[in-house]
Design a protein around this ligand. Structure first.
Ligand SMILES: [Zn+2]
Ligand SMILES: [Zn+2]
Length: 254
């Protein structure tokens, strides 16, 4: 019996959970080590098609760059998101963050790694620091967990690539080097307030990797709303000598 199948049977016996998207029992329908059934996982509408080369929004009649990005020059070179932010992805994110379903990182990790490879495979992963109060209450950091799941997916892909004799795939480093000072929560603020709320509040920790200067990095976060948080992180990184900053998120407001 395959190890994966055995693991699913074991999980069914010790964790007879319901799918957190449709509510049906996961018995025989498990799609991985996270509580989402196969049907719901396969039904997730990942963003595809023509997208703005900068912010990653699906393009309508525009060419290459969306109307919003024509009027602004965002600090992040390019951003890509897995899903549109709707009631389904919101439920998944709520379970991941507020519900403490950390195993969902395994659902998102390999897919976020796919986006990072489209943007810049050689980049290091930098988790966007969450609000300090939420982080303290939760006891773990969702963006760091996503980075670690991405790295695990790269290690697994590299191992299977080597066994087929293919060229080894790059395994990104994870650099948790940013911290967020006290500020109002971004989700409580208007568009204009979000742009200034984090000014100077994102800083680099004193311990930094020696390769930081001149490096390419990919910021990793759960949701993209206005891009203000990513831009604040980007400014701190560029100030410290990083040369190129990309970003990937699970869901974006369209
Ligand atoms: Zn389901
Ligand atoms: Zn755009």
């Amino acid at each position: 019996m395959k190890v994966k199948k055995l693991r699913e049977i074991l999980l069914d016996s010790v964790l007879p959970e319901a799918c957190l998207m449709c509510g049906r029992s996961l018995l025989g329908r498990r799609s991985g080590c996270y509580p989402v059934c196969r049907d719901c996982r396969d039904g997730l509408q990942f963003l595809e098609g023509e997208r703005c080369s900068r912010c990653g929004r699906p393009l309508l009649s525009e060419i290459e760059v969306c109307l919003g990005c024509r009027d602004r020059s965002p600090a992040v070179l390019a951003h890509r998101s897995l899903l549109a932010y709707d009631y389904r992805s919101a439920e998944l994110l709520r379970a991941f963050k507020a519900g403490g379903t950390q195993s969902l990182a395994a659902l998102f990790g390999p897919r976020l790694l796919g986006l990072q490879r489209q943007l810049c495979p050689a980049s290091a992963l930098v988790p966007v620091p969450g609000h300090p109060t939420a982080r303290r209450k939760r006891g773990w950091d969702q963006a760091l967990l996503l980075c670690q799941a991405m790295r695990r997916a790269a290690v697994a892909a590299s191992a299977s690539g080597r066994s087929c004799g293919a060229h080894p795939t790059p395994i990104p480093q994870v650099w948790p080097i940013l911290q967020r000072g006290r500020s109002r929560r971004q989700k409580e603020l208007s568009y204009a307030e979000r742009q200034t709320n984090l000014q100077g509040r994102i800083q680099l920790l004193p311990a930094r990797p020696p390769q930081l200067v001149g490096a390419s990095v990919t910021l990793v976060d759960d949701v993209y709303t206005t891009g203000a948080t990513l831009n604040a992180c980007c400014e701190a990184l560029v100030h410290a000598g990083v040369s190129r900053v990309f970003a990937v998120t699970i869901a974006m407001d369209l």
